[in-house]
Design a protein around this ligand. Structure first.
Ligand SMILES: [Zn+2]
Length: 305
């Protein structure tokens, strides 16, 4: 996702190669059909077309990070606060790139920079373990003033909460989030749920089906996960009573709910369910329980659960 000197070099080489190939092809073909020489004028455009995203990202990620955004991350995003300095820097750059490329739109409400930063943080947390992977198709996040179940999507469907509707809102590169639930996910440590992470976990799953798994995720880990979830959904939920029953609606919801728990209260999952924690650790290529423990100086940390 981020531009490194290495990816920048590769991108420049690719753009130069494509523009050079076009120039050579047009140069040769022009001896037979002179009008083709006009294509030479398109070579700089081809170069620019292939370079523009990389160049823009480089500029965006090297901008100064606003102090208010940093304050939001430090005070409200436990994951960010636990990262070492180099990790924090990478996280900030990923937030900058995300907010530059994904539109955050308020629908019937107002949003400030804190909301934008928390949306980006939700998305970044999930893919932080992957070096070169991103939400390619995501274009817009819609922010609504209230919970969907009560107010928009499913009147009368009592007993279900917002989390269950995530899949419904993922239309054409777009995700919808409820503002109060997004904020509560970060500000209420007593609850293991985190709507932003839940919604982007659905996006991640869709993206993986579209563009393939991140290279850091072993295919065997995913096969094992799929077998595990099929077994888990087929047995009485009482085996894992600490997990919200909504997770048992289907395999997609199980993944999204476990992603929330894994990143918000990983100590609970690791303590109650080391096998499940290990599978999530391999799939996300991250170990948040160890991260939080290191940040606490090795002392047991207070957590939700
Ligand atoms: Zn869901």
């Amino acid at each position: 996702m981020l531009v490194t000197p290495d990816t920048d070099r590769r991108n420049r080489r690719r753009a130069f190669g494509a523009a050079g190939f076009l120039a050579a092809a047009a140069g040769i073909a022009g001896w037979f059909i002179p009008a083709v020489w006009l294509l030479l004028a398109a070579c700089p455009f081809v170069y620019w077309l292939l370079r523009r995203r990389c160049v823009r990202r480089k500029a965006v990620q090297s901008r100064p990070f606003p102090a208010a955004w940093e304050q939001t991350l430090r005070s409200r995003v436990r994951f960010y606060d636990a990262l070492p300095d180099r990790g924090k820097e990478r996280f900030r750059q990923m937030v900058q790139v995300f907010l530059d490329e994904v539109r955050i739109t308020a629908v019937g409400t107002e949003i400030d920079d804190a909301v934008r930063v928390l949306v980006a943080a939700s998305a970044v947390i999930l893919v932080f373990g992957f070096d070169d992977w991103e939400y390619r198709r995501l274009r817009e996040v819609l922010i609504y003033p209230k919970s969907f179940v009560k107010d928009y999507w499913a009147e009368g469907r009592t007993g279900e909460n917002l989390l269950g509707l995530a899949g419904v809102e993922q239309l054409a590169g777009c995700v919808a989030l409820s503002k109060p639930d997004l904020l509560a996910g970060f500000d209420n440590p007593a609850r293991p749920d985190q709507v932003g992470v839940h919604e982007f976990a659905h996006v991640l799953e869709d993206e993986a089906a579209y563009q393939g798994l991140p290279p850091e995720v072993p295919a065997g880990a995913v096969r094992r996960w799929v077998r595990f979830v099929a077994r888990e959904l087929a047995r009485p939920r009482a085996n894992r009573a600490y997990i919200n029953e909504y997770a048992y609606k289907n395999g997609h919801e199980f993944f999204a709910v476990m992603a929330e728990y894994f990143f918000k209260s990983p100590e609970v999952v690791r303590e109650k369910d080391p096998e499940l924690y290990g599978m999530l650790r391999r799939m996300f290529h991250q170990d948040p329980a160890a991260l939080f423990r290191r940040a606490a100086g090795g002392r047991p940390v207070q957590h939700a659960g």
